[in-house]
Design a protein around this ligand. Structure first.
Ligand code: SF4
Length: 202
């Protein structure tokens, strides 16, 4: 974890990896409590609050929606971990892999794992005319061979499962973190990473 920022206001980030944005929609369902949140914290990085491109330094609490499915997700996950005191695995896609990890079922289908299988199916077998695999290094991120839950890539401090977690549960989980010192011991939804589970919806 990084050192505390020179301010008593919490620095909050929210990140969208391989997810449907439903967890962020649930976050916005906090409605008027968002005003209380704004009184407690500065939202320094979020796809629903600002247009900042680089993940900032010295973040206190970081909510991470989505699994780790491609090289961009992987790079951002490593960066946010290095720059955040408390990382919250936010929603079932981050906690278990959930919907994005369904492609892992094709892991054994052909050489190259589920990455090769899903690209072949989507871009070649189902193509209308001249199918071709997307290839634009530096522009289109490469898929990882498997989709991974967040805790298989970085250390996670708080698990907040649900698809999506309700606004009430989000508030109950993050309010003590924002009001306290950002220590993950304040709210520990689960003491240990939960084992891999089958996808759960709704
Ligand atoms: S956990 Fe559910 S709501 Fe959240 S990103 Fe995944 S599929 Fe969407």
């Amino acid at each position: 974890m990084t050192t505390s920022p020179p301010t008593d206001r919490c620095r909050l980030a929210t990140v969208w990896l391989a997810g449907c944005s439903g967890c962020h929609m649930s976050f916005l369902d906090l409605d008027e409590w968002l005003f209380e949140l704004a009184a407690l914290a500065d939202v320094v990085y979020s796809p629903v609050a600002n247009d900042r491109k680089d993940f900032p330094e010295q973040v206190d609490v970081c909510l991470v929606e989505g699994a780790v499915a491609n090289t961009d997700n992987l790079e951002l996950a490593l960066k946010l971990r290095a720059r955040s005191r408390c990382v919250v695995s936010f929603g079932d896609c981050a906690v278990t892999g959930n919907v994005p990890a369904l492609r892992n079922l094709w892991q054994e289908r052909q050489e190259g794992g589920s990455r090769a299988a899903v690209l072949q199916r989507g871009y070649l077998e189902l193509a209308d005319a001249t199918g071709m695999l997307p290839k634009a290094p530096g522009i289109v991120p490469e898929l990882l061979e498997r989709v991974l839950p967040l805790h298989e890539v970085i250390a996670v401090d708080v698990w907040l499962p649900g698809c999506p977690p309700s606004a009430t549960r989000i508030r109950e989980a993050i309010a003590p973190l924002l009001q306290g010192d950002g220590s993950p011991s304040v709210v520990q939804d689960r003491a240990e990473p939960i084992p891999p589970q089958p996808p759960r919806f709704g």
